[in-house]
Design a binder for this molecule. Structure first.
Ligand code: BES
Ligand code: ZN
Length: 617
């Protein structure tokens, strides 16, 4: 189903998607590890949606090398318009005659990426600690345009076919349709194979994904495999095999049957810039999730939930990102509660509330980016990224659930996902849908009348704090208040039997002290509880943050070392900020040494954090 979108709801695209919609994309790419480029042929099927007979097609591109363009087999007039930061260069294809409303055209382009590509990270064999190179994409929010020309907006969805030639195994966001050995036919022993995939459910551009490297696979459930480096495979399988199918079955009960056939996980090299990315068919995940204690599998509950919120039902623009992440955080916590017990919902929400407070403090409590709906005109969505859409969104949905009662809300959940499946929506569509669902229920209607929609949507800063069930965290708060007195003799046993996430809550409480820990106390804490040596990055990174605030020099070097080992922005950015405050020279030196280890998105953001806006090396 398509509708006329006029004017475009998404301010972060240069495409004229109010005139044409991409209904299908076929990419046929070669992965060239030596030149570090991917390129080949891209075909877009574009459907006209205006009577006005638009005289041009505008597509998003960023730092691409475009060589050839044909439209329905003919060569049209085309040009790359001047770069317009931060959105790239529009590719303009002139149409001699317009295209009738409802008619389709086939646009074919020969294109390749360049060194400036912001979506792809290329890793040398040394960087993967193996014998082969590796590459992967991270396209959310607006980086697909640096891989191929497209309508790079979540407001447009189409099916996708992938034909990828590579000397190493390939993973995409489609279902595999086969592998063909091309070595013989090309008369070489290059080992190059053609990997083909299909995504038959219409997806937005940001869910395009590609990875290639020395990747092995092992089952983690009846419809799931984990893929990662052969040496890391066993540990990854152990971490995930217990929970994956349980989570899938649970989310199916809350919403409806899983639509994407397979749910697989690709565990990436440590420079992967996020905890997880919900690419269809294959969730991409940070290796820091493989902590050996199954304590970080909430990443899977989260990314799996995106199979509904985000992937099936998508935010129409990054201004309404809370619809993706708030709904996903909501489903994630419902899964935690169903699988591990009801108190785990608030256990996770308490950790989330601290992240929300930190984000609000970071931006300042009247900042535009602390609103649930943000104004992104002229802005880069990556700059607005924070815990706010996740946690304000979650708090809002939980509040609505409470207003109408859980039993009734449970009925609304599948209704929402059914109504908007395969479509994109904004916050106003959501509001209208919710109100109409409860229109004939007078009690629910009355409760919804009390909702102050404008404040939730547009007020900056923190929302009202919910009453959390603190049963799993009371021990953590107790221990933290003993530390706060400053007169406490800690012992290793203080945290005996605690889960890693209880330690996380304890460290979050310590960080929130009115008077920060002093150097000596921070050092004692690290040595008594063994935090500095923890294998769980959620713990070490929080401990280092507390110790950096205490200006404890003994953690400066270990922090710098950690910054050379993980590239997940959630850890990297706060650690650089604090290391910069404690020892700027070391922060700058650490960044210079490691910048090629980071994914381009991470490198650019840390550069901005350390050197100010728009810094270019
Ligand atoms: N879709 C996000 C990651 C993302 C957001 C990438 C915006 C690019 C732009 C993903 O689902 C996510 O939220 N990841 C979290 C996982 C966590 C909440 C379990 C992360 O990376 O920390
Ligand atoms: Zn998410």
């Amino acid at each position: 189903m398509t509708s006329i979108v006029n004017p475009p709801r998404d301010p972060n695209t240069l495409s004229n998607y109010n005139n044409f919609l991409t209904t299908h994309t076929t990419v046929s790419f070669n992965i060239d590890f030596e030149k570090k480029i991917i390129g080949g042929n891209v075909q877009l099927t574009l459907k006209s949606i205006t009577d006005a007979a638009a005289k041009e097609i505008l597509l998003d591109t960023s730092f691409l090398n475009i060589k050839n363009v044909t439209l329905d087999g003919k060569t049209p007039k085309w040009e790359l318009l001047p770069r317009f930061e931060p959105y790239g260069s529009a590719l303009k294809i002139s149409l001699e005659d317009g295209v009738q409303n409802g008619e389709r055209v086939q646009l074919e382009m020969t294109t390749e990426t360049t060194k400036e590509c912001t979506a792809i990270q290329w890793l040398t064999p040394a960087q993967t600690r193996g014998k082969d190179p590796y590459m992967f994409t991270q396209c959310q929010a607006i980086h697909t345009r640096s891989v191929f020309p497209c309508q790079d907006t979540p407001d447009v969805k189409g099916t996708v076919e992938f034909n990828i030639k590579s000397p190493l195994p390939v993973i995409t966001s489609g279902l595999s349709t086969g592998v063909q050995d091309l070595s013989q036919s090309e008369g070489s022993s290059s080992g190059i194979k053609l990997y083909t995939f299909e995504q038959g459910i219409p997806i937005p551009s940001y869910l395009f994904a590609l990875a290639s490297g020395d990747i092995a696979k092992a089952p983690i459930g009846p419809r799931s495999v984990v893929a990662t480096g052969p040496k890391e495979l066993k540990a990854a399988q152990w971490e995930l095999e217990d929970s994956t199918e349980r989570y899938i079955e649970t989310v199916e009960k809350i919403v409806f049957p899983y639509q994407w056939t397979e749910y697989n996980v690709l565990v990436l090299p440590p420079s992967f810039p996020y905890g997880g990315m919900e690419n269809p068919v294959y969730t991409y995940a940070t290796p820091t999730m493989i902590s050996g204690d199954r304590e970080n599998v909430n990443v899977i509950a989260h990314e799996l939930s995106h199979s509904y919120s985000g992937n099936l039902v998508s935010n129409a623009s990054w201004e309404h990102f809370w619809l993706n992440e708030g709904w996903t955080t909501y489903l994630e916590r419902r899964l935690q509660a169903a699988v591990h017990g009801e108190p785990h919902r608030d256990f996770s929400a308490i950790i989330g509330w601290k992240a929300l407070q930190d984000s609000v403090n970071q931006f300042g409590d009247s900042h535009e980016f602390t609103k649930m709906i943000v104004d992104l005109k002229g802005k880069d969505p990556d700059d607005s990224f924070s815990s706010i859409p996740y946690e304000k969104g979650y708090t809002f949905l939980s509040y609505l659930e409470n207003q109408v009662t859980k039993t009734k809300w449970n009925k609304y959940i599948p209704h929402y996902f059914t109504t908007f499946a395969r479509r994109s929506l904004d916050s106003y569509d959501f509001k209208a849908n919710l109100l109409s669902f409860f229109a004939s229920d007078t009690t629910a209607c009355k409760a919804l009348n009390d909702v102050d929609w404008d404040s939730w949507f547009y007020a900056p800063g923190l929302p009202p704090k919910p009453n959390f069930d603190t049963s799993l965290v009371d021990v953590c708060y107790d221990l933290a208040s003993k530390w706060e007195t400053g007169k406490f003799e800690p012992r290793q046993e203080d945290i005996k039997g605690w889960s890693a996430n209880q330690v996380v809550v304890f460290l979050d409480a310590v960080q929130a002290f009115e008077r920060p820990l002093d150097k000596r106390a921070s050092r004692t804490m690290g040595s008594t509880y063994g935090f500095a040596k923890s294998q769980n990055v959620e713990i070490v990174s929080r401990y280092f943050q507390a110790a950096l605030k205490a200006k404890d020099e003994t953690v400066y070097k270990p922090t710098a070392d950690l910054l050379g080992l993980v590239g997940r922005m959630k850890f990297v950015r706060p650690l650089y900020r604090l290391l910069n405050e404690a020892d700027r020279a070391l922060a700058v030196q650490t960044f210079e040494e490691n910048k090629e280890f980071y994914h381009p998105i991470c490198k650019n953001l840390v550069e901005k954090d350390l050197f100010g806006k728009g810094f270019k090396t």
